[in-house]
Design a protein around this ligand. Sequence first.
Ligand code: FPP
Length: 251
Amino acid sequence: MTLKEEYLNKIDKTRLPKHIAIIMDGNGRWAKQQGKERVYGHQHGVNAVREAAEGAGEIGIKYLTLYAFSTENWNRPKEEVDALMELLVKTIHAETATLNKSKVRLMAIGDLESLPPNCYKELLEAINETSQNNGLTLVLALSYSSRWEIVNAAKKIAEQVKQGKLDVNDINDKVFAANLTTKNIPDPELLIRTSGELRISNFLLWQCAYAEFCFLEKMWPEFKREDLFSAILDFQQRERRFGKTSEQVKI
Ligand code: FPP
């Protein structure tokens, strides 16, 4: 039996996390280990994106969010930012037909209007062309950071109060969540980060309130669907208490 088959047999398909989020980290270090430029790592990172998306689709995960570009990533050297944007445009363009064939719906979160116009345009086209698909929803976090998103939500809520459309006393976590870029997307139950770093790096801070974390030593370009399956198995072995006692959740 292959490792993949072994994992697939063990995973309880009735208790899958509905939403998995991934911090794809380690492209640059992986490339350096190979004696190559950082961009080489990002190019190979695309294969890992395919592995993760196909694996998620294969097992029946409903939402997969990938941290593809953070607000802070704009501070990287211009050549790297340009190369990443070009890679995004090329990949989205080349993969749209495959996404449709696999019934994948593409979405994006973040300050999308800050993307280069060709990237923004390509993204909106792919989102539009895949909007009717009912399989996996693949969410790309682009020019995204949680603090940006939370401040933005606070501004939107303040504006509604100012216009008399919302009473201050009616602001609650549901209202807040509805003003985030992830509105209508369930919270991630499992967050995976590659490359051995043990940080959340300004990613889905609000949404990950009760997520289980899984940190992998592997660099992102080495990520295979088996790693996704193994993380799901790990998730299923944990006890999720949501603030209650162990005895309460066992009832
Ligand atoms: C983190 O590695 C990775 C990124 C900032 C970019 C991720 C982008 C891709 C995998 C390619 C395109 C993606 C899609 C969705 C088509 P790093 O550069 O921070 O690595 P390091 O920590 O080793 O420097």
